[in-house]
Design a protein around this ligand. Structure first.
Ligand code: GDP
Length: 388
C-alpha cells in the first residue's frame, strides 16, 4: 500500500514537472526575456568624421588676427566646356550705339564741314558719356587733322574722329599680370576693388575661369567679409571655374582672409590669387583705409600684388569717374574692368576713363556669361560704336 502511494506521488511529480517544462518552452518570451529596446536615434554614433586634409598648406598656421579659413571646396566635377561664343562688339554695343549712331549718320551724309557739323559732333560725344573735357580735347586734335589732311566731307571727318579716338585709347599697357611680374617664390595677387553692385564678384569669377582654362592654378580670396552673400557667390564661381577659395567668417578682417589665401596658395603651389574686397563700409574713409591695409598686407611675402583692378559699371556713366577718382586716392589702380557695356551704357565712358584717369581699360564686360569678359580692344570698340 505504501509502495503504491509512493509510486503515485512520484508519477504525479513527474507529470507536473514535464507539464511545467512544456509551458516554459511554448512561451516565447516573458517580460524578463524581452530583448533590449533599440537605442534611440540620438545615441547612434555618427560615423567618424573624415580626417581634415592633411596637407599642411591648407591649414595655414593661425595668426592672432586671422579669420578662420574655410576649407577649399572640392573641385567641381568636370563639366564639358561649352564652345565659347566670342561676343561681337557690334551686337553687344547695340544700345550704346543707339543715339550716337543717329548723329554719326547725319554727319556722314554732309558734303561739307561747317560750325553745325562741329556742334553736332561735340553733342554726340557728350551724349555718349565721353565727358565735356575729353570731348573738347579730342575735337581740338581732330581740327588739326582736318586742316593737315584737307578733310572736306562728313565721311572723312567721321574717319578722322575714329582715328583720333583709337590713337588715344591705344596708349597704356593693357596686358594682365602687371608690368612687374612677381619675384620668384612670391605668389602674384590681383586685387579687385569697386563699389557694390558693379559686377566685382562676377568679374573675379570670369577672370578665374579664363585663368584656369589657360592652365593656371587659381586661388580666390573672399575678402568681402561684410556681406555673407558675396562669399557664397564667389564660392559658386570658384566651383564653376575649378579654382580654390579661402573664406572667412562674416565680419572677419578682410586683410587676414586675403593673407590666409595667399599663404595657402603659396604652400599649395597655386599660380595666382584673385582677391575680392569690400565694396561698402560705414564711411568712405573706412573703405579707403581698409583697402590701403589690404594692399599692404597682400604685398607682404609670400604675396606680391601685381594688379589692382578697379571694377566700374559702365551704365553709371560719369558717376563711375567719381568713384574711380576716390579709389585711386586709396590704392594705385593698375587697370579698369568696365562691366555692363552691353547694357544701357553709352560707351563713351571708356574714353573718359582712359583719357581723364590715364588708367588703361583692360577688360570689358559684354554680358553676364563666363565668356563675356573680354580684353578691351580699342579698334573693335571704336568701330562698333560708330557702326551704322
Ligand atoms: P558686386 O556687388 O560688385 O560683386 O556685383 P555682382 O558681381 O554681384 O554683379 C551685379 C550684377 O551685375 C549681377 O546681376 C551680374 O550678373 C551683373 N553683371 C556683371 N557684369 C555684367 C556685364 O558685363 N553685363 C551685364 N549685362 N551684367 C553684368
Amino acid at each position: 500500500m505504501v509502495l503504491v502511494i509512493v509510486v503515485a506521488v512520484l508519477a504525479l511529480v513527474l507529470v507536473a514537472a514535464s507539464a511545467a517544462l512544456l509551458v516554459a518552452r511554448r512561451r516565447p518570451s516573458g517580460p524578463e526575456l524581452e530583448p533590449p529596446a533599440p537605442e534611440s536615434v540620438g545615441t547612434v554614433l555618427a560615423p567618424p568624421r573624415p580626417e581634415p586634409e592633411t596637407e599642411p598648406s591648407v591649414e595655414a598656421p593661425p595668426r592672432p588676427d586671422t579669420a578662420p579659413v574655410a576649407p577649399a571646396p572640392a573641385p567641381a566635377p568636370p563639366v564639358p566646356p561649352p564652345a565659347p561664343v566670342k561676343p561681337s562688339w557690334r551686337d553687344r554695343l547695340a544700345k550704346a550705339r543707339g543715339l550716337f549712331a543717329d548723329y554719326v549718320g547725319s554727319i556722314l551724309s554732309r558734303s561739307r564741314i561747317d560750325q553745325d557739323t562741329w556742334d553736332d559732333l561735340e553733342e554726340a560725344l557728350i551724349r555718349a558719356d565721353v565727358g565735356v573735357g575729353p570731348a573738347t580735347e579730342l575735337l581740338d586734335s581732330v581740327r588739326i587733322r582736318v586742316k593737315e589732311q584737307g578733310i572736306e566731307t562728313g565721311q572723312q571727318l567721321v574717319e578722322a574722329v575714329k582715328a583720333e579716338m583709337k590713337a588715344r585709347l591705344a596708349v597704356g599697357d593693357r596686358s594682365l599680370g602687371g608690368e612687374v611680374p612677381a619675384p620668384p617664390g612670391r605668389v602674384p595677387v590681383w586685387l579687385f576693388v569697386g563699389v557694390n553692385g558693379v559686377g566685382k564678384t562676377t568679374s573675379i569669377g570670369k577672370v578665374g575661369a579664363r585663368e584656369t582654362a589657360a592652365g593656371r592654378r587659381v586661388m580666390m580670396a573672399a575678402g568681402d567679409t561684410f556681406r555673407a552673400a558675396a562669399a557664397e557667390q564667389l564660392t559658386m564661381w570658384a566651383q564653376r571655374a575649378g579654382a580654390d577659395i579661402v573664406r572667412g567668417a562674416e565680419g572677419a578682417d578682410p586683410a587676414s582672409v586675403i593673407f590666409n589665401a595667399i599663404e595657402a596658395a603659396a604652400s599649395r603651389h597655386h599660380d595666382l590669387v584673385l582677391a575680392d574686397t569690400a565694396g561698402r563700409l560705414h564711411t568712405k574713409a573706412n573703405l579707403m583705409e581698409e583697402l590701403g591695409k589690404v594692399k599692404r598686407v597682400a604685398s607682404k611675402p609670400p604675396g606680391h600684388v601685381c594688379e589692382t583692378l578697379l571694377v566700374l559699371d559702365a551704365t553709371t556713366g560719369q558717376n563711375g569717374l567719381v568713384q574711380a577718382q576716390q579709389f585711386t586716392e586709396a590704392v594705385e589702380v593698375t587697370g579698369v574692368v568696365l562691366t555692363k557695356l552691353d547694357g544701357s551704357a553709352k560707351g563713351g565712358i571708356v574714353f573718359a576713363i582712359q583719357s581723364q584717369l590715364e588708367i588703361p581699360v583692360k577688360l570689358v564686360g559684354l554680358g553676364e556669361t563666363v565668356d563675356d569678359l573680354v580684353e578691351f580692344d580699342p579698334d573693335e570698340f571704336v568701330e562698333a560704336l560708330f557702326s551704322q
